[in-house]
Design a protein around this ligand. Structure first.
Ligand SMILES: Nc1nc2c([nH]c(=O)n2[C@H]2C[C@H](O)[C@@H](COP(=O)(O)OP(=O)(O)OP(=O)(O)O)O2)c(=O)[nH]1
Length: 134
């Protein structure tokens, strides 16, 4: 049986206090209300770093340089209707002020508090990697 693999690039923005930005998926979308790392689907022919730079501008109004995106780990998770493959980058440096351009709720959280937020199941194993990093 074939499975649809969906490639999503995600980023943990980390502020000077070691807090990570998460965003709440808006109503109407799959997994609405869950807290996730900013990012989005990698379009055909697009490099994941380019996806992230594009999504961070569209969603958060910040400019990120490619050499400020450091790969940390990835999620590989079987959802009922697709398989998610999601590289997680970290970024500590950007230009501009983080602004919720799509009306999404945003919050900055210490990694050891991420478990207090409902996140997509694919994201749960990523928390330990952020705790180890910060
Ligand atoms: N951005 C992001 N997506 C995540 C995370 N964890 C996780 O399972 N996902 C899933 C949710 C979606 O199925 C997919 C990301 O797609 P998306 O946010 O660009 O698209 P979407 O579901 O709104 O769908 P679409 O309308 O753009 O087609 O990856 C995460 O931490 N960040």
């Amino acid at each position: 049986m074939s499975v649809k693999i969906v490639l999503v690039a995600a980023c943990a923005l980390i502020d000077a206090d070691g807090r990570v930005l998460i965003a709440q998926r808006p109503p109407g979308k799959p997994m609405a209300g869950l807290w996730e790392f900013p990012g989005g689907k990698v379009e055909s022919g697009e490099r994941p770093e380019v996806t992230l730079i594009r999504e961070l501008k569209e969603e958060l109004d910040i400019s990120v340089k490619e050499d400020c995106l450091a790969p940390l780990t990835f999620a590989s998770h079987a959802y009922p209707d697709f398989h998610l493959l999601m590289p997680l980058y970290v970024c500590r440096r950007w230009e501009g002020t983080v602004t919720a351009l799509e009306g999404q709720n945003l919050t900055w959280v210490r990694p050891n508090k991420l478990r207090d937020f409902d996140m997509p199941p694919a994201d749960v194993p990523l928390i330990a990697h952020l705790m180890a990093l910060i």
